[in-house]
Design a protein around this ligand. Structure first.
Ligand code: ADP
Ligand code: MG
Length: 349
């Protein structure tokens, strides 16, 4: 049995169903992200797990115990929010000790726990400081320490990095993940940032309109998106309109040119999709798809060159690696890009 189980969870505000038949099993120590656009219901799911919102229907079990009827402080959950929710009039140490004090933990134990937590977040000397004396990133680390001080069974993080500068955000990703691993704490992390979700998570739940569209490991989500929504929301995607000539052999026509994919396809018109990095510079007979078109944009980004190439009306984005011996193609020149049939994402749903 999973450590945290959410079954058929639903939430309506009036007639607005914002979470629909949400199911999720989280293993002990697992790091799960809820990823989706603003308003898709991520925070509502988290708040139901925390007990700040009661489900319309459905079950939530932690370590086998039904928690739906329990108040937030009875659930043994730690939570960190987007905005720095530290108490401004308390020192860092007092902030971290806050939940322990409420729980009636004795002074000596509290002090020991604060030392332990400040070491864990890499701020061992900041105990006497006040929140305003810390950077945004440091404040979020203290918020994390405060949430973890009570030794919760489950850690819930609601876009904890989204108010921070890009550089700090990236370094805190790794730090949060390292702390989470060190403690082995079961974690649900909410974000609208796909890179954050892909880079941090054991598994990602992609949400859309209150529905979990796909629950899978990051590699799977990116390379084998289950739905059109997931394919479009996670990563960049080239869509190629194609007509299927022979579904069994995978013969298709793109703008009057035929290609043999050697894999079966649904019949009729299909949308084929390719990630920008699946397109390679130059013709290559070893790859099933060779597409010739005009270069409409060249973005030299250093390690990668991002090209826009118009192939029979399909504007394709191709990321090719920089090579010192091969300057980027000229604007308006004709190029051939190749791709393997196995890299194609076929969108039907
Ligand atoms: P997300 O965190 O993915 O941005 P939310 O869970 O905050 O989304 O919100 C999902 C939907 O539920 C939104 O349409 C939002 O307006 C609505 N909603 C959230 N909380 C309430 C509430 N307390 N009362 C009414 N509607 C709410
Ligand atoms: Mg939210």
């Amino acid at each position: 049995m999973a450590f945290l189980e959410i079954e058929h969870l639903e939430k309506s505000f009036g007639t607005n169903r914002v979470v629909k038949d949400f199911n999720l099993s989280v293993a002990k120590g697992e790091f799960i992200s809820l990823l989706g656009p603003s308003g898709c219901g991520k925070t509502t799911v988290l708040r139901m797990v925390a007990g700040f919102e009661s489900p319309s229907t459905g079950a939530i079990r932690i370590d086998g115990k039904d928690v739906v009827k329990l108040r937030p402080n009875q659930r043994n959950i730690g939570m960190v929010f987007q905005a720095y929710a530290l108490f401004p009039n308390l020192t860092v140490a007092q902030n971290v000790a806050f939940g322990l004090k409420v729980a009636g933990v004795g002074r000596a134990e509290r002090e020991a726990r604060v030392v332990e937590m400040l070491r864990l977040i890499g701020l061992p000397d900041k105990g006497p400081s006040y929140p305003f004396q810390l950077s945004g990133g440091q404040q979020q680390r203290v918020a994390l320490a405060r949430a973890l001080a009570v030794r919760p069974q489950v850690l819930l993080l609601d876009e904890p990095l989204s108010a921070l500068d890009a550089k700090i955000r990236v370094s805190l990703r790794a730090e949060i993940r390292q702390i989470q691993r060190e403690l082995g704490i079961t974690t649900i992390f909410v974000t609208h940032d796909q890179e954050e979700a892909l880079s941090m998570s054991d598994r990602v739940v992609v949400m859309n309109g209150g529905v979990a569209e796909q629950v899978a490991e990051p590699f799977e989500i990116y390379n084998r998106p289950a739905t059109r929504f997931v394919a479009n929301f996670v990563g960049q995607l080239n869509r190629i309109e194609a007509r299927v000539i022979a579904p069994t052999t995978g013969e298709i026509e793109i703008g009057g040119t035929r290609h043999m994919l050697g894999r079966s396809l649904p019949s009729g018109d299909v949308a084929l999709a390719l990630r920008p990095e699946a397109l390679h510079m130059g013709a290559d007979p070893a790859r099933e798809l060779n597409l010739t078109g005009q270069v409409t944009e060249v973005d030299f980004l250093g390690s990668v060159i991002r090209l826009r190439v118009d192939v029979a009306g399909n504007r394709l984005s191709a990321d090719v690696f920089n090579r010192p011996d091969a300057p980027p193609p000229a604007l308006n020149s004709t190029v051939t890009l190749s791709a393997s049939a196995s890299d194609l994402i076929i969108l039907t749903a």
